[in-house]
Design a protein around this ligand. Structure first.
Ligand SMILES: CC(C)(COP(=O)(O)OP(=O)(O)OC[C@H]1O[C@@H](n2cnc3c(N)ncnc32)[C@H](O)[C@@H]1OP(=O)(O)O)[C@@H](O)C(=O)NCCC(=O)NCCS
Length: 147
């Protein structure tokens, strides 16, 4: 799938680059936890993460945060602004960090996925570990891809 706008044109000015921690908070808040206070989306671990954003015409429309330890990468807080969803943007962003993990020769990438988003991650080659848990009334399962 290629990233396209609502008229079917390719996003020609789409770029993915590393962003500062603080740049992720607005999109995280707006997309994932709009009913919580702004501080709710700021993680204690944020300073040890690598954060990436997708820019379309210089507007930040999608973000993800990566945390590397023990030769593994956990990604968290993947989000795409609602008006940009369904156009392949999150897929591009995840493929970008998967490539980064390959370059770093990591052995595994994983995430805590909302169970209702499982099929999205499966399309990117991730497998369900069936390690299921609940947090804040939301059910999650651990999805992984071994390199
Ligand atoms: C989930 C999310 C990141 C997907 O981003 P996106 O840019 O819309 O995803 P893509 O366009 O790359 O979708 C790729 C494929 O997954 C499918 N998909 C997208 N969202 C999906 C969902 N919620 N459930 C199941 N499949 C989904 C798409 O239909 C597409 O399939 P196709 O290739 O057969 O057409 C985005 O909807 C989002 O930010 N949601 C709110 C925040 C959130 O839930 N984050 C994830 C927490 S686990």
């Amino acid at each position: 799938m290629f990233p396209i706008d609502s008229d079917g044109f390719l996003f020609l000015k789409m770029i993915i680059k590393q962003v500062k921690t603080s740049e992720t908070w607005q999109v995280r808040h707006e997309v994932m936890w709009p009913d919580q206070p702004f501080e709710f989306v700021q993680l204690e671990e944020d300073n040890s993460g690598l954060h990436f954003g997708v820019f379309i015409d210089e507007k930040l429309v999608s973000i993800v945060s990566c945390f590397i330890s023990d030769n593994e990468m956990q990604f968290r807080k993947l989000a795409v602004l609602p008006e940009y969803q369904g156009r392949g943007i999150a897929s591009e962003l995840l493929n970008y960090i998967f490539e980064l993990a390959r370059k770093k020769e990591l052995r595994r990438i994983w995430c805590n996925a909302r169970t209702n988003k499982k099929s999205f991650y499966e399309k990117l080659g991730m497998k369900d570990t069936f390690q299921i848990f609940s947090k804040a009334g939301q059910e999650f399962t651990i999805m992984e891809i071994c390199m």
